[in-house]
Unconditional design. Structure first.
Length: 514
């Protein structure tokens, strides 16, 4: 039996099956969110299902009323997202035919009144404003009105943000909390669990909404998406099951997919490096590392792939020049390599140490790439490296030995991954995150690897193992590469080559000098 297509979708070109009977401006789950006038409402949601979009419409609609007397303070994770929210507001002001003016302005925040930030602002005829700002929680101090906290769980300290923002609504307004999950131990998840607890003493009076990818697809999300896509887009040929599988395959692990798209927070009870520990070490979005990829072929015709994470404006061909510039600026460069050829990834991590801070400035990941090609990427950078630690377990022994012969044993240290050495490497890495002296990219694959390690205690011994996740693309290779780089940079002054007699040159020093 052929499916019935509603009259408004007769010319629809996509393959979505769940099409609303009426061509509604908002989907049902967006409508429920907009209709909720609770003083505090919370949305746990899948990625990119249009909740910020619906919130922008809701705020503009509220500010269009003559009776509106409060401003809105909508806090996003970064400046780009804050500007995007105001763009949504501009669009809805036009749709609703509301007189409104948008602009950027400096606002002060904090008790001292000296700090400032840029806010994207939309002013309405009733002299109220929507202020869209980035994530600094101090902006709410001394302010009043509606508050929106977008990507709440991803904040450095969600509890502190909640405590500072909540009093903003005391003299009128409401609080909206919107986020995907970021671990079971995150304060965002605690708010949800407390509100659902049978013990009403834990309740805070929060209205809870939940939109998973499954729910969004059931309520017409794919249809809405396909009405916006060009006919040539491959997603136009997907039905809801296809789209679900498409998103599932794109995510680095099953656990991460369930968290990001199905609102099931990851259990961090056995994870060695938790989300809360890691996210305090991210770069700002403007400074974050950017992905580049390159396809390779070895002498047998076998295909391989290289993935780079590099600073903005730096490209793979310019890696050596970038590291040279960092060295001129006074940074000490350290390197760690976890070695692999076929089954796992071979990963090079370059850190720059300056003023006690270890900054991951380049990551190079080799997937089934010939050792000669790996050496071709690494070797030009090695004369700039103060110290390198290389995994010499199994097939890594030859790689570590060749690097040591070429650049000197004082520069290259081979480390065997036995239980004792793994503990020696893993412990300081966790301490570096706890002490906030590490900076890492906010990259899904990189983070999945760092969180893959678990610590087990067997008798009097501790061992560090990678979780058995068939969906991951590595076996915690990025974790160990980073741990090796940190170990290479231990101590305050780095490593220096051994002294030699004046005029006497060895084969090693000749090669190093070249």
């Amino acid at each position: 039996m052929a499916r019935r297509i509603p009259d408004h979708a007769k010319d629809f070109k996509g393959r979505a099956k769940n099409i609303p009977e009426r061509d509604t401006f908002m989907l049902p789950y967006q409508q429920r969110w907009i209709a909720d006038q609770s003083l505090v409402r919370l949305m746990e949601k899948s990625r990119r299902v249009g909740i910020s979009y619906a919130t922008a419409y809701d705020e503009v609609r509220q500010h269009s009323l003559d009776t509106c007397r409060v401003d809105t303070w909508f806090s996003s994770r970064d400046d780009l997202t804050a500007k995007e929210f105001i763009i949504y507001c501009q669009k809805f002001a036009g749709v609703l035919n509301i007189a409104a003016k948008s602009y950027d302005s400096q606002i002060t925040f904090g008790e001292d009144g000296k700090q400032s930030a840029t806010a994207s602002i939309q002013r309405f005829a009733n002299d109220t404003r929507i202020n869209s700002i980035s994530s600094n929680p101090n902006v709410f101090a001394g302010k009043g009105g509606n508050v929106g906290l977008d990507e709440f769980a991803l904040r450095l300290d969600p509890r502190a943000v909640y405590d500072i923002a909540s009093p903003t609504i005391d003299w009128g307004g409401r609080l909206s909390i919107i986020s995907t999950h970021r671990g079971a131990g995150n304060f965002f998840n605690k708010l949800i669990k407390d509100e659902r607890d049978p013990d009403k003493r834990k309740h805070r009076g929060i209205s809870i909404h939940r939109v998973t990818l499954t729910k969004a697809l059931e309520e017409g999300f794919l249809w809405k998406l396909q009405t916006k896509l060009p006919e040539s887009d491959p997603r136009m040929q997907m039905d809801e099951a296809d789209y679900y599988d498409y998103q599932r395959r794109r995510v680095s692990s099953k656990e991460r997919f369930l968290q990001e798209y199905e609102c099931e927070p990851e259990d961090e009870s056995s994870v060695y490096l938790s989300y809360d520990l890691l996210q305090g070490s991210f770069y700002s979005p403007a400074d974050d590392l950017i992905e580049h990829t390159e396809e390779t072929t070895d002498f047998r015709g076998k295909k391989g792939r290289i993935r780079y994470l590099l600073p903005p404006g730096v490209f793979p061909a310019g890696l050596r020049d970038y590291l040279a510039a960092e060295k001129i600026r006074g940074g000490s460069i350290y390197h760690g390599k976890d070695v692999a050829r076929r089954k796992d990834l071979s990963v090079d991590t370059f850190t720059v140490k300056r003023d006690g801070l270890h900054m991951v400035r380049a990551v190079v990941e080799f997937d089934r790439v010939a050792f000669s090609h790996q050496e071709g990427v690494l070797y030009p950078c090695m004369p700039l490296v103060s110290r390198s630690c290389v995994d010499e377990t199994g097939i890594g022994m030859q790689f570590a030995e060749r690097a040591g012969e070429k650049f000197g044993a004082w520069r290259v240290e081979g480390i065997n991954f036995n239980a004792g050495n793994k503990a020696m490497l893993a412990g300081p890495l966790r301490i570096a995150f706890e002490d906030r002296v590490m900076r890492i990219p906010d990259d899904d694959l990189f983070l999945t690897d760092l969180r893959m390690i678990k610590k087990e205690t067997v008798g009097d011994h501790e061992r560090f193992i990678a979780s058995d996740d068939e969906d991951g693309d590595s076996h915690a290779d990025r974790f160990w590469s980073l741990a090796l780089a940190l170990h290479a940079g231990k101590g305050s002054g780095g490593f220096v080559p051994p002294p030699r007699s004046p005029g006497k040159r060895t084969r090693v020093t000749e090669r190093t000098a070249q």
